[in-house]
Design a protein around this ligand. Structure first.
Ligand SMILES: Nc1ncnc2c1ncn2[C@@H]1O[C@H](COP(=O)(O)OP(=O)(O)O)[C@@H](O)[C@H]1O
Ligand SMILES: O=P(O)(O)O[C@H]1O[C@H](CO)[C@@H](O[C@H]2O[C@H](CO)[C@@H](O)[C@H](O)[C@H]2O)[C@H](O)[C@H]1O
Length: 462
């Protein structure tokens, strides 16, 4: 890949970009620091993927920018975001919704700045870069060695369903996920699918290509994988089943077995450890601390704190002195919305698991630590409860049947039966429900009653 005309560092640009970013960034769906004032920006890296002085055509600027938000605790007070900014003389009407603003001063005064991913020409250029491994300034583009070449000229479109990140679909054949808030170190959403692909596990769309920043720190920035066209998302399938009064136990059993398959493959590829005292005590303390922090942010949790804490204390109770739990790399944020049925080469009934990033709010180091696999099981059990609660009238039996079938499927496929360690399962379900209370309070306050109902039930059971 040529380095020509692409790696000038337009530091001089930042002062003129800053006011536009200030007005635009906090309103983006993927911006994690909502509700806290942005006081400034600093540049981590800048790369011209397409020269900005290229005449009448668009330019594409890749930026890693640190956003200063002193109201947030460190390190979130200086989070780093990936931006792909288009620059044109004038914005054609079909790109009107991508507008960020007009540059009033600096080297590009008079030009228009816009969200580059909405411009098919620029999105297609990113795929072109990924087709050929190589370096471009601080960026490095890589390919998985066991997959066929990526064809040229595939049409690009942004995916509307994006949540924490942004995705582009190419010719309905590939999907590129671009991480928005990035942390130094390997992103588990590349690390784990690569490990699974190397293990021959077909439950995860195998990464085909990816790109990273290599300096000043390593950041995983984007991963290209096959697009499962026509696949159905497990969350919507569960809601359909509830609406139609249909059982979901076959699907839940299959999901249990898929989870066990993924866990077995991950345990075979990546380190596993045994958690004993004092690690089990540390686990209980960390869960209690998360509960207390969540209760500070969402006071509705406060009356439940003592009883919920009992579920965590049980992990380190005197009777559990000799217990040891196997820990390994896990998905970390497993729920129905992270599963897709069909759409790939394995047929309509084949389930795949996506989005191995873990809970985005947790530090990367914590997400990459080996954890008891029951953590993922708890995530999926919470998801059955969510689906049953979301549907009117509430159908607790539906969730209970799914729960049983999922645990049976997990054990039948070679996983340890999650019900054999009820304290551990309860602690993880409680920890997840606490996380969900915080997540819903921040992102979807109308949904808060869903995890609060679980908090009420879990507290009553201790
Ligand atoms: N390989 C894929 N094939 C088809 N659709 C996908 C694929 N990967 C992700 N998606 C779709 O994109 C959405 C967002 O992907 P996800 O990895 O969960 O991103 P985020 O981290 O932004 O939530 C998913 O809910 C799913 O609908
Ligand atoms: O998919 P993401 O990685 O963005 O995960 C976050 O958002 C999820 C919601 O989209 C959230 O999941 C919660 O709501 C789901 C229903 O919408 C439910 O199935 C899950 O069980 C529940 O946790 C997830 O927690 C959050 O990290």
């Amino acid at each position: 890949m040529s380095e020509a005309a692409s790696t000038r560092t337009p530091v001089a640009l930042l002062p003129s970009l800053a006011p536009l970013l200030h007005a635009w960034l906090p309103h983006q769906r993927w911006f994690a620091g909502k509700g806290h004032p942005v006081t400034g920006f600093s540049l981590v890296s800048a790369t011209e993927l397409l020269p900005l002085d290229g005449g009448s055509g668009p330019g594409l600027l890749h930026l890693l920018v640190r956003v200063k938000q002193p109201g947030l605790p460190a390190p979130s007070s200086q989070d780093c975001y990936q931006l792909l900014l288009g620059v044109r003389e004038t914005l054609p009407p079909h790109l009107a919704r991508a507008l960020i603003g007009h540059l009033a001063e600096g080297p590009l005064a008079g030009r228009t700045l816009y969200e580059g991913l909405h411009d098919p020409r620029l999105a297609e250029l990113i795929l072109e870069r990924l087709r050929t491994p190589g370096a471009l300034g601080p960026l490095r583009f890589d390919r998985f060695d066991r997959v066929p070449a990526i064809p040229a000229g595939l049409a690009a479109r942004p995916l509307d369903a994006e949540q924490s990140n942004s995705s582009l679909v190419y010719g309905d054949a590939y999907i590129l996920k671009l991480f928005r808030r990035v942390h130094p170190g390997p992103n588990p959403d590349l690390e784990l699918p690569l490990a699974l692909a190397r293990a021959g596990c077909d439950r995860v769309p195998a990464p085909i290509a990816w790109y990273e920043a290599t300096s000043p720190e390593p950041y995983t920035l984007g991963v290209l994988q096959p697009f499962l066209r026509g696949s159905q998302d497990g969350w919507l399938l569960a809601l359909d089943s509830l609406a139609a009064g249909r059982s979901f136990t076959d699907e839940a059993r299959a999901l249990g077995s898929v989870t066990a398959e993924v866990h077995t493959a991950l345990a075979g590829e990546l380190p596993t450890v045994m958690l004993r005292r004092p690690q089990t005590e540390h686990l209980a303390v960390a869960m209690s601390q998360r509960l207390e922090a969540a209760a500070q942010a969402v006071p509705a949790l406060l009356p439940y704190v003592p009883r919920l804490r009992a579920a965590f204390d049980a992990l380190a109770a005197p009777g559990s002195r000799d217990r040891a739990w196997r820990a390994q790399r896990v998905h970390g944020d497993l729920h129905l919305g992270q599963t897709l049925r069909g759409g790939g080469p394995h047929g309509d009934g084949h389930w795949s698991v996506i989005d191995f990033e873990g809970e985005p709010a947790r530090p990367l180091g914590e997400r990459r630590r080996p954890q008891p696999p029951v953590r993922d099981v708890a995530g999926m059990l919470r998801s059955f409860d969510y689906a049953a609660r979301t549907h009117r009238p509430w159908n607790p039996d539906w969730a209970e049947r799914c729960r049983t079938a999922y645990c049976e499927g997990y054990a039948e496929a070679g996983g340890d039966d999650p019900r054999a360690e009820p304290e551990l399962l309860r602690a993880y379900e409680t920890d997840k429900a606490v996380y969900e209370v915080l997540y819903e309070a921040r992102h979807r306050p109308d949904w808060l009653p869903v995890p609060m109902a679980a908090i009420d039930r879990l507290a009553a059971a201790t």
